[in-house]
Design a binder for this molecule. Sequence first.
Ligand SMILES: [Mg+2]
Length: 220
Amino acid sequence: MKVVVFDFDGTLTVKGTNVWREIWYRLGYDVGENSYYKELYNKYMDKEINYKQWCALTCKAFQDRNFNKKILDEIVSSIKVMKGVKELFDELYNKGVEINIVSGNILDAIEYVLKDESKYINEIKANDFVFDDNGNLISINGTDYDYEGKAKYIEKIASRLNISTKDIYYVGNSANDEYVYLSGAKTICINPDETKTDDINVWNTIIEIDDLKDLSHLLK
Ligand SMILES: [Mg+2]
C-alpha cells in the first residue's frame, strides 16, 4: 500500500459540527426540513443542480447575510479532531505512505484543524472560500472531488503515481464516500453515519473506533 486517502468530516474529526449547516444557522437561516438549505441539498441529490451551482447558490445566500471570515473561524474553532490522527499520520508518513485528504468541507477549515499534522499531508482537495481583504466572501470555488468526484480523485492519484487503484486505501464514514469503491480502491468505513453498511462492495471494512491509531493494523 502506497497511498491512503482520508475523508475529513466524521473521519478525521469527531462527529459533530457540520460546518456548512452551522454557517447557514449562524446567518439566521432556517436549517430544518423545509428550509432553502435543505432544498438546495435535495436539488443536488436529485441532479436538478450540479455541485458548482450548489456552491454558487450557497455563496449568494451567505453574501446576502454578510458572511465573513470571522464567522467561519469561530465555527471552525469548535471542530474536534479525532484522537490518534497525529500518531497514525506519523506512522504512515514514516513508512513512506502518501497521505491525501478529499473532502466536501472547506479548505480553510481543514487546514486550521490539521495545522499540527500539515507536514504529513501531501494534498488536500476541498471547497475553497475566497475572501476579500476585509474578510468578506467573494466566491466559493466548489471542489471537483466530492461524491462521484471522490472516485475520480482516486483514479487521478493512481495515474499520477502509475500505480493500481487497488494499492490505494480510502477511509471515510458517510454517503458522500459511497462512490469511492467504483475506482477500485480499498474502502474502510469508520463510525458509519448515514451510509450503506450492508454492501460489502461499497465498504470493504466497517469499524467503530474512537482512536484512529486502531486503523493502523488495517492499512497495509
Ligand atoms: Mg465524512
